[in-house]
Write a protein that binds this ligand. Structure first.
Ligand code: NAI
Length: 319
């Protein structure tokens, strides 16, 4: 297969001064993209700032003949990042929202500040940066946006209530942006990475840590951002040289009333708990319309003529 190139494309990678973001910036630049290397250069917990992190990566790219500029703003000043792309390169095609911090505490000890700072960087930062880039992408009829979630968001993780909440929120944000951008060829997907970095050095066991190179994730993100990739609104997990799609599934469930006149009781819920939670034939729904369709099907089943007493159509929606 011919190399997948990004010539002519302008890419912003947030938090690209270290860790996974650095490998994204290097890969995009090596394939012809002009890259805005954004990094606030602060500490792991969101403290301090320095231009060094972004500068180092820009130097690294330039040394190998690539094109890049640094940007030192916080992602919460998203319009400054996009301005940087427009001022230096005249357009913005691809945005990888990657910047992140951790303020891990057990839930009982979590302070407002721990909550707010983590939400500011991950959720507000992705919102602000994406909202600044989105109109340019829509206008030019091309855009690729990545949000960065985490298995902590999908499954929870001890000591990461603030981080989990912000990370799963990004999935909802991405799915709605994917819907709103689709007709303008602006796609938004979520990466769920696991990689060795300063964020995970004391979380992952050392033998696993050494095998989790961020370089194994960057090609997955780069492909998601390529014009030939049709994926939109998806969550892709990648780590250690493996990638797969994640989705939310629901069970077939159980009907808790047998006619329109029937009520739902706590006892019926208990009786049916096995069926409600049986994931054997679980389905992944692709869109909110499918969820509404499934709801109407349940109502139709309850309305079955055998059990039905005359019901006005509009009453159905009181369910
Ligand atoms: P890292 O700490 O090595 O890199 C994050 C970079 O973001 C740092 O260089 C930091 O200076 C920058 N940054 C922090 N706040 C910023 C702000 N307000 N504005 C601009 N830049 C800022 O972390 P790593 O591991 O590379 O993480 C990258 C992303 O992947 C994060 O969103 C993280 O939550 C996510 N992630 C990482 C996992 C892993 O296994 N490393 C697992 C799941 C998610």
């Amino acid at each position: 297969m011919a190399d997948l190139r990004f010539d002519g494309r302008v890419v912003i990678v947030t938090g690209a001064g270290a860790g996974i973001g650095r490998t994204y910036a290097l890969l995009f630049a090596s394939r012809g993209a002009k890259v805005v290397v954004n990094d606030l250069g602060g500490g792991r917990h969101g403290d301090g700032s320095s231009s060094k992190a972004a500068d180092n990566v820009v130097d690294e790219i330039r040394r190998t003949g690539g094109i890049a500029v640094p940007n030192y703003n916080s992602v919460t000043d998203g319009e400054q990042l996009v301005k940087s792309a427009l001022d230096n390169f005249g357009r913005i095609d691809i945005l990888v929202n990657n910047a992140g911090i951790l303020r891990d505490k057990s839930f009982a000890k979590l302070s407002d500040q721990d909550w707010d700072l983590v939400h500011q960087v991950h959720l507000k930062g992705s919102f602000k940066t994406t909202q600044a880039a989105f109109p340019h992408m829509k206008k030019q009829g091309f855009g690729r946006i990545i949000m960065t979630a985490s298995n902590s968001g999908l499954y929870g993780n001890f000591g990461q209530a603030n981080y989990s909440a912000a990370k799963l929120a990004l999935v909802g944000l991405a799915k709605t942006i994917a819907i709103e951008g689709a007709k303008s060829n602006v796609f938004c997907n979520v990466i769920v990475p696991t990689a060795a970095s300063r964020l995970t050095e004391d979380i992952l066991p050392p033998d696993i840590f050494n095998e989790l190179k961020p370089e194994f994730i960057a090609p997955v993100v780069a492909y998601l951002c390529h014009e030939s990739c049709p994926e939109n609104g998806s969550m892709i997990e990648a780590a250690a040289g493996w990638a797969g799609k994640c989705t939310i599934v629901r069970s077939n469930g159980a009907l808790l009333r047998s006619s329109m006149n029937d009520g739902v009781t706590i006892e019926k819920v208990k009786e049916n708990w096995g069926k409600i939670t049986d994931m054997t034939d679980a389905k992944s729904l692709r869109a909110i319309e499918e969820a509404t369709g499934a709801l109407i099907e349940s109502l139709d089943a309850i309305r079955d003529p055998e059990n039905q007493e005359a019901q006005a159509n509009d009453e159905l929606f009181e369910f």
